[in-house]
Design a binder for this molecule. Structure first.
Ligand SMILES: Cc1cc2nc3c(=O)[nH]c(=O)nc-3n(C[C@H](O)[C@H](O)[C@H](O)COP(=O)(O)OP(=O)(O)OC[C@H]3O[C@@H](n4cnc5c(N)ncnc54)[C@H](O)[C@@H]3O)c2cc1C
Length: 393
C-alpha cells in the first residue's frame, strides 16, 4: 500500500470508530451547526463528542501546524480527509470564524505569543469569534472606518461602533479594525486588534431581518480597554491584515453553499420530495434546472480545487477569491430557489425547523444576504474586472 492509500485507510478506520452515527447526515439547517464558544449549548452528546474527537486530532483545522493544535496535514492528506468525511456524509464538527477567517491571518501575521494564545483555543472550539469590520458609513468603502483606539501608554481605549456583526451577541472575542492614526491617509492609520467582548464598555443590539431572525447586531464600544499585545501585524498597517483575511472570508462564503461543504445534494432532495418516473425525476423542467445547477456546482468545486493547488505551488489566491465569492453565492441563491420550487406549497411552511429535508423559506430569505456579506457582488465584480480581466478601472 502506498502512503496515500495507507493514509486513506487510517482515516477511514478512524472515522468509522469515532464519527457518531447521528453526525453522519448533512446539516438540515444553520441551527444544527456547531459553533462552539464559552456559552455554547451542545444540541446533544454526539455533537459534543464529534467536536472533541475531531479537535483532539487537530482535524477541525486540518492544515494548521500541529504546534498550534492543528492537524498538520499536507494538501493531499487534507483532500483525502475531506473525501472520506463526504463519503460518510459527516457534518462539519465546527463552524467557526476563528477557523475560516482569523486563523489564516494569525498564522501569517501574528506573533508567536498571539498564535499560542489563540490558535489552539480556536481549534478546540472554545472561543467564538465575531468580526468587527463594517460601520454605518464604512461597508464597501471599509477604509473609511471611524472606530478609534486612543493610545494610553500600555493600552488603548476604544470608542465607536460597528454594524452587521454576525452573531455579535454570541461572540466571546472580536477581531476588529480600528483607527489608530487619524492624521495618516485612510488606508494607513488602521490597526487590526482583538479583545474579549466581555470587557466593560462593549455592548450589542440585535438587528432583525426579513427572515424574522436576528443573526447579527450593532456593536458599541464605550471606553473599552484593548491591550497593545493584541495587535496583529504592525500598528497602523492593519489594512494589509484585513485584506488578507477578506480573501479567506470570501473563499469561505463562496464555498459554503456547495454540497461538498456538507449540504444535501439538490437532486437527492428533489428525488425524496417528488419521486421518480422510470428512474428519472418526474418534474421535467425542474430536472433540467437541477442538472444545470449541479453541473455548475461541480465546475466551481473543481475550479476551487485547482486554485488551491496553485496556492500550494506559491501562487497567491488574491483576486480569485472575489470570483469564487461571487459565483459561489450566485450558486447558493440558485440552490435556495430550486429548493423552494421543489417544496411547492410545502416549501412555504414558515414555522418549525424543517419543511422538507430541512429547507425552510427562512433559508431562502437568508441566502439573499449572500450577495452582500463579505463584500457585495458589485464590489467583487469590480475586483474581477480590474485585477483578473485587466479592464480599465
Ligand atoms: C448576512 C451578513 C452578514 C454580515 N456579517 C458581518 C460581520 O460579521 N462583520 C462585519 O463587519 N460586517 C458584516 N456584514 C456587513 C457587510 O460586510 C456589508 O454589508 C457589506 O460590505 C456592504 O456594505 P454596506 O452594507 O455598507 O453597503 P454599501 O457599501 O453602502 O453599498 C450599498 C450598495 O452600493 C453598491 N456599491 C457601493 N460601492 C460601490 C462601487 N464602488 N461600485 C459599485 N457598486 C457599489 C453596493 O454593491 C451595494 O449594492 C454582513 C452583511 C450581511 C448581509
Amino acid at each position: 500500500m502506498n502512503q496515500t492509500d495507507s493514509f486513506r485507510h487510517e482515516v477511514r478506520e478512524w472515522l468509522e470508530e469515532n464519527c457518531p452515527q447521528s453526525m453522519r447526515a448533512p446539516l438540515r439547517s444553520e441551527a444544527e451547526a456547531c459553533w462552539g464558544g464559552r456559552n455554547y449549548t451542545f444540541l446533544n452528546d454526539d455533537q459534543r463528542l464529534w467536536l472533541e474527537r475531531m479537535a483532539e486530532r487537530g482535524w477541525t483545522a486540518p492544515t494548521w501546524p500541529r504546534e498550534f493544535g492543528g492537524g498538520g496535514l499536507d494538501r493531499e492528506q487534507n483532500k483525502i480527509l475531506k473525501e472520506e468525511l463526504a463519503r460518510i456524509h459527516a457534518r462539519p464538527p465546527l463552524i467557526s470564524f476563528g477557523i475560516s477567517m482569523l486563523g489564516p491571518a494569525l498564522l501569517k501575521f501574528g506573533s508567536e505569543e498571539l498564535k499560542q494564545q489563540h490558535l489552539p483555543a480556536i481549534v478546540r472550539g472554545e472561543i467564538r469569534w465575531a468580526q468587527g469590520y463594517s460601520e454605518p458609513n464604512a461597508g464597501s468603502d471599509l477604509a473609511s472606518l471611524q472606530a478609534r483606539c486612543e493610545d494610553r501608554g500600555d493600552h488603548f481605549i476604544l470608542n465607536g461602533s460597528k454594524i452587521w456583526t454576525s452573531y455579535g451577541d454570541l461572540g466571546d472575542w472580536m477581531f476588529c479594525l480600528v483607527r489608530t492614526d487619524t492624521e495618516a491617509s485612510k488606508h494607513n492609520g488602521i490597526s487590526f486588534v482583538m479583545f474579549d467582548m466581555a470587557t466593560p464598555g462593549v455592548s450589542t443590539r440585535p438587528i432583525r431581518l426579513i427572515s424574522g431572525k436576528s443573526p447579527f447586531t450593532e456593536t458599541f464600544f464605550a471606553d473599552v480597554r484593548v491591550e497593545k499585545s493584541q495587535v496583529i501585524g504592525e500598528l497602523n498597517q492593519g489594512w494589509t491584515v484585513a485584506k488578507y483575511l477578506l480573501t479567506h472570508e470570501r473563499e469561505m462564503i463562496g464555498g459554503s453553499g456547495l454540497s461538498s461543504a456538507g449540504t444535501a445534494p439538490v437532486s437527492k432532495t428533489a428525488i425524496q420530495a417528488l419521486g421518480t418516473d422510470n428512474g428519472m425525476l418526474s418534474n421535467t423542467p425542474l430536472r433540467a434546472d437541477i442538472a444545470r445547477f449541479e453541473i455548475d456546482e461541480r465546475c466551481l468545486e473543481l475550479t476551487i480545487e485547482r486554485a488551491r493547488d496553485e496556492v500550494k505551488a506559491g501562487v497567491s489566491l488574491g483576486a480569485s477569491a472575489s470570483m469564487f465569492k461571487y459565483y459561489g453565492t450566485e450558486l447558493n441563491m440558485r440552490r435556495q430557489e430550486l429548493l423552494m420550487a421543489i417544496g411547492g406549497y410545502d416549501g412555504l411552511v414558515w414555522e418549525g425547523d424543517a419543511s422538507h429535508d430541512g429547507h425552510t423559506p427562512r433559508a431562502w430569505l437568508r441566502s439573499k444576504g449572500n450577495s452582500i456579506e463579505g463584500g457585495t457582488s458589485e464590489i467583487q465584480l469590480n475586483i474581477v474586472a480590474k485585477h483578473i480581466l485587466g479592464l480599465p478601472g
